[in-house]
Ligand binder design. Structure first.
Ligand code: NOJ
Ligand code: CA
Length: 533
């Protein structure tokens, strides 16, 4: 790896375009809306934006069911709007990453319309069609993550097609050479336009077992959870494909790909990355961690130790599929814990991913079952309330529709937007927004935070997390108190005898105040210091 890569040292901010900013008053966010907020993103200090899918989509799964890979959905704008967004982002040194959903298409995609029309249509083999085991029964036991079985019977041709997600999201047949070729063309098309990289939706699902063997059963509640997913994911052919993708990316300077590893262990995720594979793959352990110093530390130590050599970690605490960290960890409208979590996310080794609204501590909205939009929520409410909670409109200001739109948005705005919004937090130096901004600025100016080693210091496992980030020129000490009561961190002889400069504290402390060998911390305090000697 060479010394400096934007994706290695930078911070990537995920935008859910539908809910970010609506420029034309139809209640749905759009590309011009995003362009209008680039100055905000530059001020926050992010290095890249990842846009959830912007391709034409019937929106059964809000963009994750693509009907045309080479176009922009008119509800988001035109290709010219996209070009302008790209240009304006680049002018501000913000890279642009697109979401490529290549495991499946929409059932409204022309390829699938052709494919289902007859058995001898040239597009038939573009999808996964099988005969039932016997009349009326599915080809095997594979299930859909969105509920029920993974196969749909199509009476026109008397065969079943496979879908890992909604029935309207048929899986592509990656073993069919023309499909693979077409997928590579999609990469080239957007690379030629000048995008800086891709987030690959559930890429490790592209290849399923070629013999279509049944998944073994295990204990679980829903059908999908009652299976071990050994035959419907992670086919060995995937390694060849990630290498092919990488070789295409490497024909362009400084491009990047991060894979969404689905149902994968961190060990498996790392295998997909490296100099000749993807630049990164997600591990969701941190996103799934409970509020515990011990758990956070275990997750990061495991992930950090695995990402050596040509592997580089990335860290994520929020995305559009999960309850927000503010909802998971925050108490009421209090943000102190979020500052601790943020300090952690932004100072451990690796590329941080942020999700829109995280920087102002947006909480999930609560919807009635009748208001659900997400296919998962629609199917399972009230047992499972789906993923709408974290997809509410960005809270820009206190106005009726939170400055997101001048019309009623597609999904409701959180009532707390009258107080919790960008405008208010910008004016408040103690706000979460400023805390994010301050750490992002620290990161930019600190080689140790960007690339230095991660070295845990003994910690009191229940409440305290402390570690050093170090390179040849700099030593940074991060101390985080997860508990509400004050604690003292034992620094040991060597660290206690160094002179520390306070870079940032979430509790407005005036100085570091190491006494003897102890560093005192207030309840829920995040503290970042730098060694002067
Ligand atoms: C993962 C995406 O993050 C999620 O939103 C989507 O529903 C599935 N992949 C299917 O594309
Ligand atoms: Ca709009």
């Amino acid at each position: 790896m060479s010394d400096s890569h934007w994706w290695r040292n930078g911070v990537i901010y995920q935008i859910y375009p539908r809910s970010f900013a609506d420029s034309n008053g139809d209640g749905i966010g759009d590309l011009n809306g995003i362009t209008g907020k680039l100055d905000y993103l530059a001020e926050l200090g992010v290095d890249a934006i990842w846009l959830s899918p912007i391709n034409p989509s019937p929106d059964v799964d809000f963009g994750y069911d693509v009907a045309d890979y080479y176009a922009v959905d008119p509800k988001y704008g035109s290709m010219a709007d996209f070009d302008r967004l790209l240009e304006e982002a680049h002018r501000r040194n913000i890279h642009v990453i697109l979401d490529l959903v290549l495991n499946h298409t929409s059932d409204q995609h022309e390829w699938f319309i052709q494919s289902r029309s007859s058995k001898d249509n040239p597009y038939r083999s573009w999808y996964i069609w099988r005969d039932g085991r016997k009349p009326g029964s599915t080809p095997n036991n594979w299930a859909s993550i969105f509920g029920g079985r993974g196969w749909v019977f199509d009476s026109r041709t008397g065969q079943w097609y496979y879908h890992m997600f909604a029935p309207q999201q048929p899986d592509l047949n990656w073993r069919h050479e023309p499909v693979r070729k077409e997928m590579m063309n999609i990469f080239k098309f957007w690379l030629d336009k000048g995008v800086d990289g891709f987030r690959l939706d559930v890429f490790n699902e592209y290849f399923k077992d070629d013999q279509f063997r049944d998944n073994p059963w295990k204990l679980g509640i829903r059908r999908f959870d009652r299976q071990q997913h050994v035959y419907d994911a992670d086919g060995p052919e995937m390694m060849g494909v990630v290498e092919e993708i990488r070789s295409i990316l490497d024909r362009y300077p400084e491009r990047y790909a991060v894979g969404e590893t689905y149902l994968a262990t961190p060990e498996r995720a790392v295998e997909y990355t490296g100099d000749s594979r993807l630049h990164a793959a997600f591990d969701f352990s941190l996103l799934q961690s409970k509020w515990s110093a011990q758990s956070f530390m275990q997750v990061v130590q495991r992930w950090d130790a695995m990402n050596i050599g040509d592997h580089w970690p990335n860290n994520v605490m929020n995305n559009h599929d999960n309850p927000r960290s503010a909802t998971r960890f925050g108490r009421g409208e209090d943000d102190e814990r979020l500052k601790v979590a943020t300090a952690f996310l932004l100072t451990i080794r690796g590329t941080p991913f942020l999700y829109q609204g995280e920087e102002i501590g947006m909480r999930d909205i609560h919807l009635k079952c009748s208001e659900m939009q997400d296919p998962v929520g629609k199917k399972y409410c009230p047992a499972h309330r789906g993923r709408d909670g974290c997809r509410s409109p960005m809270q820009w200001d206190a106005s009726e529709f939170s400055g997101f739109s001048r019309a009623k948005p597609w999904i409701k705005v959180h009532p707390n937007h009258v107080l919790r919004n960008v405008e208010n937090q910008k004016q408040d130096a103690q706000s979460l927004f400023h805390f994010y901004k301050d750490i992002l600025r620290l990161r930019k100016n600190s080689p140790a935070l960007q690339e230095g080693m991660f070295q845990p210091i003994t910690f009191e496992p229940k409440r305290l997390v402390a570690y050093l980030r170090q390179n040849e020129t700099e030593t940074i000490l991060v101390a985080l108190n997860f508990g509400r009561r004050k604690v003292r961190l034992a620094l040991g002889y060597e660290l206690a005898n160094r002179e520390w400069e306070l870079l940032l504290s979430s509790q407005q402390r005036a100085e570091v105040g190491v006494k003897d060998q102890w560093l005192p911390l207030s309840g829920e305090e995040a503290c970042i210091m730098k060694a002067r000697n």
